[in-house]
Design a binder for this molecule. Structure first.
Ligand code: HEM
Length: 293
């Protein structure tokens, strides 16, 4: 039997002075609540008394989603699951492994890694103290010949000044090519007359010979750890002074003929085979100390 309709008013229900009853939701003064699905899949109103139950349902759903996501990640299905922890551990372990196996913290790679980074940093726009190209007087440049260990080692070639401090063994005091520092000895780069041609005077050299100078300029400019730091204001050459005479070819390292365009170990030309060990053959090895230059 159908339940009696207690909501539909009849005339008998109406008494003067009383409010007419109506079906819930049909009275214009009734509040309307949205219909939502509850935890059991039923459509229910989201009226305030239902809110705690609906909130609990939302929390259960969020939890289930998290559990599913974790399971997916563990199964390796999620490409964004990078094992950062493991990667960090490996990186922390590598220096130790290097120290045990090679005795260095960087698998002996620091000479190859550090200088290029230093060179980049010296001129990097991100470096607040980056090198600003400077103008050197010959006197100012001369201070960078290694005699003051606190100053960087600079050498000049065709007016360009390079920082060669990263190779102190070769350019520092006692090094084979220390005589090149603190000055522009461009002519010596071409002629190999390391003692008598320490000058920027290039008069009398052939086009071919001047190409060798370009080679050396590129050598320093492109070198992974030498940086251009400025220019030297070489004094003008007095045209009335004599062109530096060729040096005695017997005295050249490896027997290099004066005026020949031999450009050393990095040059395009073939270096004459040294009759003795290169270190003995090079100028400093002939007893030429820095102070005597
Ligand atoms: C025009 C002649 C020459 C010039 C201008 C010249 C110049 C140079 C320069 C600038 C360097 C240093 C390169 C660097 O920064 O790494 C160098 C290195 C060297 N040069 Fe010469 N060189 C000449 C002739 C020779 C000759 C004839 C020999 C051999 C007998 C020689 C043997 C060496 C050696 C062995 C090194 C390596 C030094 C080291 O790393 O300890 N060079 N040369």
């Amino acid at each position: 039997m159908d339940a009696p309709d207690v909501y539909t008013n009849t005339d008998e229900d109406y008494l003067a002075g009383t409010r007419k009853r109506s079906r819930p939701g049909t009275d214009p003064s009734d509040k309307h609540y949205e219909q939502v699905t509850d935890g059991a899949g039923r459509k229910v109103s989201n009226k305030p008394p239902n809110k705690p139950f609906l909130k609990a349902k939302a929390q259960r759903e969020a939890h289930a989603a998290r559990v599913a996501d974790d399971a997916k990640r563990r199964a390796g299905q999620n490409p964004s699951s990078i094992p950062w922890g493991t990667i960090m551990l490996v990186f922390m372990f590598l220096p130790l492994l290097s120290q045990f196996s090679t005795g260095s913290w960087t698998f002996n790679l620091s000479p190859h890694i550090v200088p290029p980074i230093q060179k980049y940093w010296k001129t990097s726009p991100f470096n607040p103290n980056k090198i600003k190209l400077r103008q050197f007087t010959p006197e100012r440049l001369a201070r960078h010949d290694g005699s003051n260990p606190n100053l960087p080692l600079y050498l000049a070639i065709d007016g360009q000044v390079f920082d060669v401090s990263s190779n102190r063994r070769v350019y520092g005091p006692g090094g084979s090519y220390n005589f090149m520092t603190g000055k522009d000895a461009s002519r010596a780069f071409i002629t190999g007359c390391f003692e008598t041609h320490q000058t920027h005077d290039l008069r009398g050299l052939s086009v071919e010979e001047l190409k060798a100078l370009d080679h050396w300029k590129s050598f320093f400019a492109d070198h992974k750890s030498y940086a251009l730091v400025g220019h030297v204001l070489n004094p003008d050459i007095d045209p009335s002074t004599p062109i530096p005479p060729p040096c005695d070819q017997d005295e050249q390292p490896g027997g290099t003929a004066p005026g020949s365009s031999h450009a050393g170990p990095h040059g395009p030309q073939v270096r004459p085979a040294p009759a003795q060990s290169p270190v003995e053959a090079r100028p400093q090895a002939k007893g030429k100390a820095k102070g005597e230059l």
